[in-house]
Write a protein that binds this ligand. Structure first.
Ligand code: FAD
Ligand code: MLT
Ligand code: ZN
Length: 522
């Protein structure tokens, strides 16, 4: 039996069917609340106001003399102090956190970063390293008046080795631009995420970003071969090795991967890039339950084995958010759950045959009721946009998003979404979605409301984090701790681990000038 796959000619017909079948009540709820919000709140509350429990450390305040020192290091046009120009750097991507920095510095070289950081350390001026400012835990923006040091102008590619696949570049290179550049060398970046058009490789490493290729290429702890880092005292730590194997003492670079700008300022990166797959296929299928998602995952791993490169899920509420807020349409019939799977390989016919066989089996067994395989690159991109643009859909038009990225055992993975949905069910405009990287046991639980509501927050937190701890999960699978979760660090780390982390922080940054208030409560 051939599977009723989506041929290009059927795409338009199916798309319009999906649009007509949207659940109307949800659509109405979201759009009404959004209109109200637009009228009410064009501004983002200061983090220091929303979190009065966080007290400003005893850092120096910026003076005119400090500004002239920075201008002498960088020249005046790379020291941004006009409040209107500084503002975008003060506010995070979700528009959930806002600092009140009055200065953004734009260094171009490691030496400039070193001079700036050394001076700040001597003067006890607090700083926030910032890349593309796409972080989702408020780590990339100040809480008070910390000076922002952006890697925006540190975007030079230093070398690419065709044979080993090792790329060396400055920390401010944009992920997507790196991927385009190395495409010419038949290589691909070992990570990919929805923010690829804005995030910097230094920011990716500082957050140990996961993303949609984690299933295939694993963690940045494996792909990053070397780092150059400016320490809090301004010294340059040269760990920019390009060796795949190097067992000479402690692997210091690992400390900075996922350190969220609290231990050092990453200036250069050496990263191993895999061969670019010549054949990529993407399928989207619908199923009835999360239990079915797991059965599909098991069968997919068995059947696709070495060519499986991504396995993502979305619940129907997630898909609704993408339809309603972004105007996208789903090419398959409404389903309680959706799975997006990708194969990457080197033999188109072989990969396609394997994927067709899998989908056929999934449909024959009744696990999948409808599905589509993208017929060309445009359709591949379209199917991926349904998944990659969820984050954008949840904050569209100023909606506030309570965002959680959790590591959970697959046996309890989706239960939390149902629990949270129950807890906020009496709040008309609270909208709960579950999606994520099932292939990596990483759940994204998002709740949105027209504006920040402390009551909704109190229904979600600490419940979510307590629940995660009770099933031995992690309060952050990939986004980090930032300013959102310092009080929940101990939910996932032992007291002895937190003590050693603090000792490392004190040793490397004794004046705590690097990204204060992040990761630790004090
Ligand atoms: P920023 O946001 O600027 O900074 C993040 C943190 O790193 C901050 O603490 C900052 O101080 C620090 N930092 C930045 N640069 C440096 C540096 N050079 N040296 C030291 N510290 C530094 N994350 C995932 O893991 N998986 C996903 O699938 C994913 N998808 C996303 C999709 C969207 C639409 C968005 C908006 C975000 C997504 N993220 C995802 C969040 C993710 O953490 C960031 O997108 C990315 O890794 C951060 O890079 P950035 O350059 O924007 O860093
Ligand atoms: C994703 O997987 O889409 C990202 O981590 C962003 C998000 O959590 O929304
Ligand atoms: Zn994610």
């Amino acid at each position: 039996m051939r599977v009723p796959l989506l041929r290009p000619s059927l795409l338009t017909e199916r798309l319009s069917f999906a649009r007509r079948s949207l659940p109307l009540t949800i659509r109405k709820g979201i759009s009404q609340s959004r209109k109200q919000y637009r009228a009410l709140s064009p501004f983002v509350e200061l983090t220091s106001v929303r979190h009065p429990e966080i007290k400003r450390g005893s850092y120096s305040r910026l003076t005119d003399k400090d500004l002239s020192v920075f201008e002498s290091i960088l020249t005046a046009n790379r020291c941004i102090s006009d409040p209107t120009d500084v503002e975008p750097y003060n506010v995070d991507w979700m528009k959930s956190y806002r600092g009140s920095s009055s200065l953004v510095l734009l260094p171009k070289t490691t030496d400039e970063v070193s001079q700036i950081v050394k001076y700040c350390n001597e003067r006890c001026l607090a700083i926030v390293p910032q890349g593309g400012n796409t972080g989702l835990v408020g780590g990339s923006v100040p809480v008070f008046d910390e000076i922002i040091i952006s890697t925006r102008l540190m975007n030079e590619i230093i070398s690419i080795d065709d044979v080993s696949g090792i790329l060396v570049c400055q920390a401010g290179c944009i992920l997507e631009q790196l991927d385009r550049y190395i495409e010419g060398h038949h290589l691909t970046m070992p990570l990919d995420l929805g923010a690829k058009g804005s995030c910097h490789i230094g920011g990716n490493i500082a957050t140990n970003a996961g993303g949609i290729r984690y299933l295939r290429y694993g963690s940045l702890h494996g792909s990053v071969l070397g780092l150059e880092v400016v320490l809090a005292n301004g010294k340059i730590l040269d760990c920019l090795s390009s060796l795949r194997k190097d067992n000479t003492g402690y692997d210091l670079k690992q400390l900075f991967i996922g350190s969220e700008g609290t231990l050092g300022f990453i200036t250069k990166v050496a990263i191993a890039c895999p061969q670019r797959p010549s054949s990529v296929n993407v399928a989207l299928v619908g199923c009835q339950s999360f239990a079915d998602v797991l059965t599909i995952f098991k069968m997919t791993k068995k059947k696709l084995a070495e060519i499986l490169s991504a396995f993502e899920f979305m619940d129907t509420e997630t898909m609704t958010s993408v339809f309603v807020n972004l105007g996208l349409t789903c090419p398959i019939t409404d389903s309680p759950f959706y799975v997006l799977m990708e194969t990457s390989g080197s033999n188109g016919n072989h990969d396609e045959e394997k994927l067709n066989d899998l989908i056929e089996e999934l449909m024959t067994t009744g696990l999948v009721q409808d599905g589509t395989i993208a017929a060309d690159l445009t359709q591949i991109k379209y199917l991926w946009s349904l998944r990659e643009r969820v984050a954008e859909s949840m904050v569209k038009d100023g909606t506030y998003c309570y965002k959680y990225d959790l590591s959970l055992d697959l046996s309890v993975f989706y239960d939390l979404v149902l629990e949270v949905r129950k807890r906020v069910s009496h709040i008309p405009h609270a909208f709960v979605v579950g999606y994520g990287h099932v292939g990596d046991s990483n759940l994204h639980l998002n709740v949105s409301s027209p504006e920040f509501d402390p009551h909704i927050l109190s229904l979600i937190e600490p419940f979510v984090f307590d629940y995660v701890a009770s099933v031995s999960g992690s309060v952050s699978a990939e986004h980090g701790i930032g300013i959102h979760k310092p009080m929940y660090l101990r939910h996932s780390k032992s007291e002895s681990a937190v003590s050693l982390m603090k000792l490392m922080k004190q040793t490397l940054d004794p004046h705590a000038i690097l990204n204060p208030y992040k990761i630790f409560t004090s």
